[in-house]
Write a protein that binds this ligand. Structure first.
Ligand code: SAM
Length: 280
């Protein structure tokens, strides 16, 4: 890279309310030579709203690799570029990671123009601890795989955050009921900054009741947040393995599996198999 090279600006755009665009985002979108957009039609609408005539180039997950040489050429010839996604901050569950990594490796200047992101907006109103959180992007679309992912997060002490779509929100809350029971608070932030903005908070079962009672609650875009596991409770918790080890020598295997299943909420069938293995 030489000093005449252009810059790639990574520009956040609104997640609904167009009033959330920043002054700096408008200024950069106005002045750059090309705008790399996830969906050129959507970005065209945004630019038109603000009276900006940008030169749009599509850049999404499927063409990032083909575009890199062209992008490098543009920057080398001194052109400046902006990268935007459909909504919010690019790269946050959105395309751009490959381009940003490659350009940084090639020592081009990559500059953030911060602004809205559904993740941060949701956390800011959830009333859950935000000093530490983990962001899981989108969970699997399949219930079995999703439950596995949720089970793996059961002992996570940070607030867990993920994105969810309207097709899957109900199934996802059903899985949350199954995996977390009534142990944790959860918050669902829907349609943030838009007309039907809603924030539902409570135990998974009560949120499922609300969703079942009002199908509008499954419309739109969602950020799901779950309270982290209680660290002290976690440390004092006896594992199913320890329980099986203590009880198996003294009680019938079936009874052991039943007791441990009742105490831990784990599957009786799996515990029975583990207890049998211990006996061997
Ligand atoms: N990069 C974006 C950001 O910074 O928020 C996220 C892009 S991701 C492909 C889209 C997901 O973000 C949606 O499916 C939804 O889970 C969440 N999302 C986006 N806008 C939202 C909004 N206004 N309210 C709630 N969730 C939203």
């Amino acid at each position: 890279m030489d000093s005449q090279s252009g810059t790639l600006y990574v520009v956040a755009t609104p997640i609904g309310n167009l009033g959330d665009i920043t002054q700096r985002a408008l200024q950069i979108l106005q002045q750059v030579d090309r705008i790399l957009a996830e969906d050129t039609r959507r970005t065209h609408q945004l630019l038109t709203h603000f009276g900006i005539k940008g030169s749009l180039v599509s850049l999404h997950d499927h063409n990032e690799r083909q575009r890199i040489e062209q992008i490098e050429e543009w920057l080398q010839s001194g052109l400046s570029l902006a990268l935007v996604s459909d909504a919010g901050t690019p790269l946050i569950s959105d395309p751009g990671y490959f381009i940003v990594r490659e350009l940084r490796e090639r020592e081009f200047s990559v500059v953030p123009i911060p602004g809205p992101s559904a993740l941060v907006a949701a956390l800011s109103v959830a009333g859950l601890p935000t000093n530490r959180f983990c962001f899981e992007g989108f969970l699997s679309s399949k219930s079995t795989a999703r439950k596995k992912q949720l089970l793996a997060l059961k002992d996570e002490t940070r607030t867990v955050v993920f994105y969810e779509s309207s097709h899957r929100i109900k199934g996802c809350v059903e899985d949350l009921c199954e995996v977390f029971g009534d142990e944790r608070e959860m918050v669902i932030a829907r349609e943030l900054t838009k007309q039907f903005e809603t924030v539902l908070a409570g135990k998974p079962a009560s949120i499922l009741d609300l969703i079942n009672a009002d199908s509008n609650q499954t419309r739109g875009e969602f950020v799901v947040m779950i309270q982290g596991a209680d660290k002290e409770l976690l440390e004092s918790k006896v594992s199913s393995h320890q329980l099986l080890k203590e009880l198996t020598p003294h009680l019938p295997t079936k009874l052991v599996a039943q007791i441990v299943a009742n105490l831990t909420g784990e599957s009786k069938k799996d515990l029975y198999a583990k207890a049998l293995e211990m006996k061997l």
